[in-house]
Design a protein around this ligand. Structure first.
Ligand code: EPU
Length: 418
């Protein structure tokens, strides 16, 4: 039986809620363990479907993944026993491409199924592959698989054509074990990339410029084990703050990193929410009705594409017209059609969505199309009149740890039913 989330809208959310560790920092951190024969211990890996997929992938490659008594996750890849990430895993999770760099650097051979398209766009990995070639690897595409080979990677100067998060991560991991110095220009500055640089440095890598668009990596011949605490999930934190704003509630997220969230906190304020930051706590007091605002997604420190759908749900109820421009992915407005089924008035064409705010949403059966789209439907359901039933919840479970449990602790009427 398929699982659904059933939401009775209308309850303003109130209270404190803890933020989990970032999915998009945990996944590369797990893959980084492939770079060393010693164990890597991650203190706070979130319980997510994508983490389970990564665990299966690491085990497939020869890793042993276990839980320490204190709840930490230990990944030990004493030996790489397979160099291949199979299609079954890559097709369920694109982030599987993150094993390419480490496998290639450690063993000289990596075979990974080409990820292909996904719900939010084509998403090629050409920049990863061009970078590996710059580092001296031979790269072939055969039978739907990418195969990269190199006896030892050599440091190089790489300028990516566009800013790519996992591309930067893959190249940084590969360069960490290359011979000589690598410079990556136009590098992604996302906090998740910086967190990976911090872990790699703890493993013995020499990396300068993390958090800037120029990374300089002096290759070393070997990396060792390390213990690492993954950064808080800025997208989960942002989603919970929008839940407060859209319901006119008053929620404090605890254990967040406000410095990673400036763009979205400013937008929340523009929408009329009162945002108060104190250390790792961010309080959001929602307005009676959100104000319209315009949003353009862009690489960090710009407004994150991973928060676009959630803000669209809120702006759909705003007083006025909002323009949302999506610059990162070409097909990331699938939620607009589902929100329209709840009464939203959204015209999405190409990279622009015009959102004409309505006074209220009506509960409706809706279908999640991707991870962040499912979060936007949950948010709309929290604010709607009546009952919203969201199907294809597995999208949500890929990237949110017990979202409905956290929302329920804040007073939401939300249940998971079979
Ligand atoms: N791109 C290329 N060629 C490449 C790489 C990227 O054309 O070789 C394009 C993509 O198609 C896209 C743009 O460049 O249009 C940016 O893509 P990027 O590579 O930065 O995305 P990603 O690394 O595949 C990560 C996150 C996404 C997040 C994006 C953008 C992980 C595991 N995933 O994806 O997270 O949306 O960066 O910030 O870190 C999510 O969590 O819901 C999610 C989709």
């Amino acid at each position: 039986m398929a699982t659904k989330l059933v939401v009775q809208g209308g309850a303003p959310l109130r209270g404190d809620v803890a933020v989990s560790a970032a999915k998009n920092a945990a996944l590369p951190a797990l893959c980084a363990a492939l770079l060393t024969a010693e164990p890597v211990v991650l203190e706070n890996v979130p319980a997510l479907a994508d983490v389970d997929t990564t665990r299966s992938l690491l085990e497939q490659l020869g890793g042993v993944v276990s839980a320490d008594a204190d709840g930490s996750t230990r990944v030990h890849v004493a030996q790489v026993t397979s160099n291949e990430a199979p299609y079954e895993l890559v097709s369920t999770m694109r982030a599987s491409v993150l094993v390419l760099g480490p496998l290639l650097a450690r063993t000289g051979l990596a075979k990974v199924a080409l990820p292909g398209g996904c719900a939010i766009g084509v998403r090629p990995i050409d920049q990863h592959l061009k970078g590996f070639q710059k580092l001296g690897a031979e790269v072939f595409i055969r039978n739907g698989y990418v195969e990269a080979r190199a006896s030892r990677l050599k440091g190089a100067r790489i300028t990516t054509d566009l800013v790519t998060v996992t591309g930067t991560e893959n190249l940084m991991m590969a360069a960490a074990l290359a011979e000589g110095t690598t410079v990556i220009e136009n590098a992604a500055r996302e906090p998740e990339v910086t967190d990976l640089a911090r872990l790699l440095s703890a493993m013995g890598a020499r990396i300068e410029g993390a958090g800037t668009e120029r990374l300089e990596i002096e290759g070393v011949s070997e990396l060792g084990g390390a213990r690492h605490r993954v950064i808080p999930d800025r997208i989960e934190a942002g989603t919970l703050l929008v839940a407060a704003a859209i319901t006119g509630g008053d929620v404090t997220v605890v254990g967040a990193e406000p410095r990673h969230m400036s763009a979205m906190l400013s937008k929340l304020e523009e929408c009329g929410a009162v945002v108060t930051v104190s250390g790792d706590r961010i309080r959001c007091q929602g307005p009676a009705r959100p104000r319209a605002t315009d949003i353009i997604t862009s690489p960090f420190p710009g407004f994150p594409t991973d928060m676009q759908a959630q803000f669209m749900a809120m702006l759909g109820l705003a007083d006025g017209i909002s323009k949302i421009t999506e610059t990162i992915f070409e097909n990331r407005f699938m939620h607009a059609a589902e929100l329209s089924r709840m009464g939203a008035r959204i015209d999405a064409e190409g990279s622009i969505a015009m959102v004409r705010g309505v006074r209220y949403y009506q509960g409706a059966p809706v279908m999640a199309t991707d991870l962040r789209a499912s979060a936007s439907l949950v948010l709309a359901g929290l604010a709607a009149r009546g009952t919203t039933e969201i199907s294809r919840v597995y999208h949500l479970d890929r990237g949110y740890e017990r979202l409905e449990v956290k929302l329920r602790s804040l007073g939401a009427n939300i249940d998971r039913v079979k």
